[in-house]
Design a protein around this ligand. Structure first.
Ligand code: APR
Ligand code: ZN
Length: 261
């Protein structure tokens, strides 16, 4: 059985084919086939810590070395990962004739890498994602406005090794949004604006448990549009979706979006 045999496949294709404006909301599932560990589920554990115990301002204040060690481990894993056919299909779709905007909860940079690869030498901007939760390959100062791309390993042997701000000397931290923190207001309002005006919101690989990101597709419904979901399992968004395709994004998206560029 291939992706085109999935229940609802044709309905999902028809919805996307007749939409001029599409917003995409992606989550960790879109990168699962690239080998990036998801947060929830079997491989979501690191040394028996839950992400909720590490990805918080409180955890960083209590033990910044431990939190940086976890991030350095995740950064190392993600550096070895390449975009999969799901990222690439989304990038081709976004670079095509339709008005498509990719909104992602992922911090792994794989949508961006796929955009550049698929665009080749030409303009990759239309396929560049709005990153709701920041980027794991940027660091920012815990005190001042210093913020910079950073891909290399972080030394985490002792507190003194941790990276410090070259401007004010304070501790640097990953430029990601932690539990209990606010999302960047500009990025968030842009995501809701895009979703509100979209005829279809394509929701891929998210458990839809973390808000406000999980509310983005609701804006599409409020604006009179429809939700198409791609996820192997049911989520809180499933009852609101016009159609849910129960498959892996790396397999489903290339067929689903083929010819809709
Ligand atoms: N294709 C599509 N979906 C998949 C695949 C796949 N190959 N594999 C797993 N999934 C689905 C799972 O069924 C699950 O619903 O991806 C989802 C992953 O859920 P989470 O791990 O909760 O990831 P996400 O929804 O992105 O988490 C949201 O939580 O920890 C925070 O900030 C972090 O951005 C993250 C946010
Ligand atoms: Zn600083």
């Amino acid at each position: 059985m291939g992706p085109t045999d999935l229940e609802g496949f044709q309905e999902a294709r028809d919805l996307l084919a007749s939409a001029d404006t599409v917003s995409v909301l992606s989550g960790a599932g879109v990168s699962a086939e690239s080998g990036v560990p998801t947060f929830r589920g079997e491989d979501g554990l690191w040394k028996s810590y839950q992400p909720e115990q590490l990805a918080t301002p409180h955890a960083f204040r209590r033990d910044s070395r431990l939190v940086w060690e976890w991030y350095d481990w995740r950064r190392g894993k993600i550096r070895e990962c390449r975009p999969n056919p799901g990222h690439e299909a989304l990038a081709r779709f976004a670079l095509g004739a339709r008005d498509v905007r990719i909104v992602t909860q992922n911090v792994d940079g794989l949508h961006e890498e796929a955009a550049r690869t698929v665009a080749g030498g030409s303009d990759a901007d239309p396929a560049m994602p709005l990153e709701l939760h920041g980027s794991i390959f940027r660091v920012k100062c815990t005190s001042c406005t210093y913020r910079v791309p950073h891909r290399d390993p972080i030394p985490t042997e002792s507190f003194d090794d941790l990276p410090k701000c070259p401007v004010c000397g304070s501790l640097l931290r990953p430029d990601v949004v932690w539990f209990g923190e606010s999302l960047d207001a500009g990025v968030l309002s842009e995501a809701f604006r895009v979703a509100q005006s979209a005829q279809v919101c394509l929701v891929v690989g998210t458990s839809a448990l973390v808000h406000p990101a999980a509310s983005v597709p609701l804006a599409t419904r409020d604006g009179g549009g429809e939700i198409v979901e791609v996820n192997p399992t049911e989520t809180p968004l499933t009852p609101l979706a016009s159609v849910s395709l129960r498959g892996a994004s790396g397999e489903v998206l290339p067929s689903l979006l083929d010819g809709l560029e």
